[in-house]
Design a protein around this ligand. Structure first.
Ligand code: 5RP
Length: 223
């Protein structure tokens, strides 16, 4: 199967998961990235069941609206039943590295509000130890050099992502060369660096459900 066929398969599984588990009229959180885009295209078929959606990026909001799917401001909703999003890496404890698309901060906010986080990805994203994918860190622009020096002290090699300004007007530092054996500890430590908005470790609030596309079908894992 091609990568896109795997993404489509897991997007359809996530659509069915939402149709089965999200009460009619409830709010759905929608992630960002190529796998999330497949999911957005799939939920157009069930849009009348949804009370609305909360998007984790401007790009996702635009794609949802293009399908005529209602997009709500997070401040106008009390709860999000399910949040569906991709990941760059996910470990066996359901901690993730996210932010390859640069949307990590809004993704983390939507994930924090959601009752259930459903991660959708293909089997290549499931790893024993995260860190091969560079860890994205969103930083306030004036602090980027300072934050980079602090990140280097943690053993990584930070590089500014060229040409990237986030939806929040900030920069992304991608930290190469980490071996993330303590995801919760590292997530907490990086968030303590002044000038960091968010880092792409989703460990304290990891996934509750993983739908993993494999050549043999979509497998379901729960926390
Ligand atoms: C965007 C993300 C994405 O979920 C992550 O990068 C995976 O993307 P894709 O589905 O394109 O592989 O965190 O900020």
């Amino acid at each position: 199967m091609t990568q896109d066929e795997l993404k489509l398969a897991v997007a359809r599984a996530a659509r069915d998961y939402v149709a089965d588990r999200l009460p009619v009229g409830a709010i759905l959180g929608v992630g960002t990235g190529s796998t999330a885009n497949f999911f957005i295209d799939e939920i157009a078929a069930i849009k009348d069941r949804l009370g609305g959606t909360v998007a984790s990026s401007e790009a996702t909001a635009k794609r949802l609206a293009g399908h005529g799917i209602r997009v709500l401001d997070l401040n106008d909703v009390d709860a999000i039943g399910i949040y569906v999003d991709g990941a760059d890496e996910i470990d066996h404890g359901m901690a993730m590295v996210k932010g390859g698309g640069g949307a990590l901060t809004r993704e983390k906010i939507v994930a924090a509000v959601a009752d259930t986080f459903v991660c959708i990805c293909d089997a290549s994203k499931r790893v024993d130890v995260m860190g091969r994918f560079p860890l994205p860190v969103e930083v306030i622009p004036m602090a980027s050099a300072y934050v980079a020096r602090e990140l280097a002290k943690l053993g990584g090699t930070p590089r500014v992502r060229e040409g990237m300004i986030t939806d929040n007007g900030n920069l992304i530092l991608d930290v190469h060369g980490l071996s993330i054996t303590d995801p919760v500890g590292l997530e907490t430590r990086i968030n303590q660096i002044v000038g960091v908005v968010t880092n792409g470790l989703f460990a304290g609030r990891g996934a509750d459900v993983l739908l993993l596309a494999t050549a043999g079908g979509v497998k379901t894992y729960t926390r």
